[in-house]
Design a protein around this ligand. Structure first.
Ligand SMILES: CC(C)(COP(=O)(O)OP(=O)(O)OC[C@H]1O[C@@H](n2cnc3c(N)ncnc32)[C@H](O)[C@@H]1OP(=O)(O)O)[C@@H](O)C(=O)NCCC(=O)NCCS
Length: 188
């Protein structure tokens, strides 16, 4: 079945609101994304606020569900309207039925279940609104929190590429985790 339902944002969960990134998010995004320690396994770390603005500028020019582009969402705590992280969706060009996801939380809001709650609604959206077939995540094997997160969502490990990514002059291994629509069960 290729029928897709209408895409409507924001997505709302018990504690969170998830919507496309906006330029006014630049300060908050720069603050947590520039934290080198918390983001040590991430390929992109902004050096300056302008880097964050450039990132957002590219992101807001992308429409959702276009092959070979990323669509960038932000995670907001509903009570207090605090922006605590972001989720990126990479629409792959193979058949327009597969996506890769990336996610980052401000370290002050980790270990509270927010990433689990946010990914739960995003994965459900990707499978049941955009009718995607398969979702993948690419993870540094040392990134235990990220591995726990995708395992909690029901992803399985499908590949371990040795020294396949050059990140800040270090050849790093890359794990690929994936989940199929037919295996997806909402966890919250
Ligand atoms: C990857 C990342 C988003 C995971 O964040 P996280 O805080 O571990 O994930 P959650 O928000 O879902 O929180 C889950 C943890 O909170 C605990 N928790 C506390 N309250 C909870 C609640 N109400 N509901 C669910 N879990 C709760 C869970 O037990 C779990 O702990 P555990 O991992 O020790 O088992 C975070 O580590 C991050 O942003 N890292 C930096 C960026 C990064 O590396 N991104 C991934 C690139 S591949």
């Amino acid at each position: 079945m290729t029928h897709k339902m209408e895409v409507r944002f924001p997505l709302i969960t018990e504690r969170l609101l998830i919507r496309p990134v906006e330029m006014t998010d630049a300060d908050a995004l720069f603050k947590y994304r520039s934290d080198r320690k918390s983001n040590k396994y991430q390929g992109w770390i902004p050096e300056t606020l302008q880097d964050a603005k450039d990132f957002i500028n590219t992101a807001i020019s992308n429409k959702i569900d276009i092959p070979d582009t990323w669509f960038q969402l932000v995670i907001i705590i509903r009570s207090g309207s605090i922006m605590i992280g972001d989720i990126g969706i990479h629409f792959l060009n193979s058949d327009n039925c597969q996506v890769e996801i990336g996610y980052t939380l401000d370290k002050n809001y980790q270990h509270k279940g927010y990433a689990t709650e946010g990914l739960n609604v995003i994965i459900d959206f990707l499978f049941n609104i955009l009718n995607k077939h398969r979702i993948t995540a690419s993870i540094d094997p040392r990134n235990k929190s990220s591995i726990s997160l995708v395992k909690r969502m029901g992803f399985r490990k499908e590949a371990h590429f040795r020294e396949s990514s050059l990140i800040r002059n270090e050849w790093t291994d890359d794990l690929v985790y994936a989940i199929l629509k037919k295996d997806w069960k909402k966890i919250i």
